[in-house]
Write a protein that binds this ligand. Structure first.
Ligand SMILES: Nc1ncnc2c1ncn2[C@@H]1O[C@H](COP(=O)(O)OP(=O)(O)OP(=O)(O)O)[C@@H](O)[C@H]1O
Ligand SMILES: [Mg+2]
Length: 261
C-alpha cells in the first residue's frame, strides 16, 4: 500500500560555487494521498527535480519539510520504501540487466531465489523478458529506462518518484512505457509523483496535475483528472481524455499570465 507524501511550506536555496544563492523552490505545499498519482508540470528550472530530491531523502530542505507517512524521507528511503527513476537511466554498465535490477537488494544483502524470480517477472512485465543477461550498452535508451523502472520497483516501494523518465523517447515508445508503468503500479496502490513536461503524459498517468510557477517554483493551480483508475489505450481516443488535456493546457497559461502582469 502506498504512503502519503506531505510537502509542507518547503523551500530550497542552493549556494552555488561562485558563492551566490539561488532560491530554487517554494515555499510550496502539496499533499499526496496514499495511492494517489500526481503529475508535476512547470517551467524548466522551477525546482521540480529539487522537490523530488527532497522527497527522496537525497537533499535537505532549507525550510519547511517533506514527510512520508509522517517520517522524514531519509528513513523510508533506507528501508527501500522509495523508488526513484531519474531522467537518465543511471545503470551500472558492468552489470547485467538482471544484476542492475537486483542491485538495491544486493546492497542490503537480500538476494535469494525468490527475489531473483521477482526481478525476472518484473522485467517480463515491463517488456524486457529475454534481456536479463544483456548489458546496458546493448539496450536502447527506452529499454534502459524500462530496466531503471524495474530496479525502482524491485523492493515493492510505497512511493515512486519519477523525474521525466521518458523524456528521451519517441511518442509511441513513451506511450507504451506509460501503459506498462500504469499496469505495474495498479495492483500495488503505490503513491507516485511524476515530473513531466508533457501534458498528454501528465493526464494519462495521474489523478491530479499540479502546475508550478517559474523559479522558485510555487504551486499555481491544480487540475483533477477524473478518468478513473483503469487507464487503457482506448482512453487516448476519448473526448474525456482531451477535455482534461485542454484543462491542463489552460492551467499552464496561468503562470505565464502571472509573469506578464
Ligand atoms: N546543486 C545546485 N547548486 C546550485 N544551484 C542549483 C543546483 N541544482 C539546481 N540548481 C538551480 O536550482 C534551480 C532549480 O533546479 P531544478 O533542477 O530543480 O529545476 P527543474 O524544474 O528540475 O528544471 P528542468 O525542468 O530543466 O529539469 C535552477 O535554477 C538550477 O540552476
Ligand atoms: Mg529537472
Amino acid at each position: 500500500m502506498g504512503a502519503e507524501i506531505s510537502v509542507d511550506e518547503l523551500t530550497v536555496r542552493y549556494r552555488s560555487k561562485n558563492g551566490n544563492f539561488v532560491d530554487a523552490l517554494g515555499p510550496i505545499s502539496i499533499h499526496v494521498e496514499a495511492g494517489e498519482k500526481v503529475a508535476l508540470l512547470g517551467p524548466s528550472g522551477c525546482g521540480k527535480t529539487t522537490l523530488l530530491k527532497v522527497a527522496a531523502g537525497l537533499l535537505k530542505p532549507t525550510s519547511g519539510r517533506v514527510l512520508i507517512d509522517g517520517e522524514e524521507p531519509d528513513l523510508p528511503r533506507r528501508r527501500g520504501e522509495i523508488g526513484v527513476v531519474f531522467q537518465k537511466p543511471t545503470l551500472l554498465p558492468w552489470r547485467s540487466v538482471l544484476e542492475n535490477v537486483l542491485l538495491p537488494l544486493r546492497i542490503r544483502g537480500r538476494t535469494d531465489d525468490r527475489v531473483k524470480r521477482k526481478a525476472v517477472n518484473l522485467l517480463r512485465a515491463i517488456g524486457l523478458g529475454g534481456f536479463e543477461h544483456s548489458y546496458p550498452n546493448e539496450l536502447s535508451i527506452g529499454m534502459q529506462q524500462r530496466c531503471a523502472l524495474a530496479r525502482a520497483m524491485i523492493q515493492s516501494p510505497r512511493v515512486l518518484l519519477l523525474d521525466e523518465p521518458f523524456a528521451a523517447l519517441d511518442e509511441m515508445n513513451r506511450e507504451m512505457l506509460n501503459f506498462d508503468m500504469l499496469r505495474l503500479c495498479e495492483p500495488t496502490h503505490i503513491t507516485a509523483l511524476l515530473i513531466t513536461h508533457n501534458v498528454y503524459e501528465a493526464v494519462l498517468f495521474s489523478d491530479r496535475v499540479v502546475v508550478l510557477s517559474a523559479r522558485p517554483g510555487q504551486k499555481v493551480t491544480e487540475v483533477r483528472v477524473d478518468l478513473g483508475p483503469a487507464r487503457d489505450p482506448r482512453l487516448l481516443e476519448s473526448e474525456r481524455y482531451y477535455e482534461h488535456v485542454i484543462s491542463v493546457r489552460k492551467a499552464l497559461r496561468i503562470p505565464r499570465l502571472m509573469m506578464a502582469s
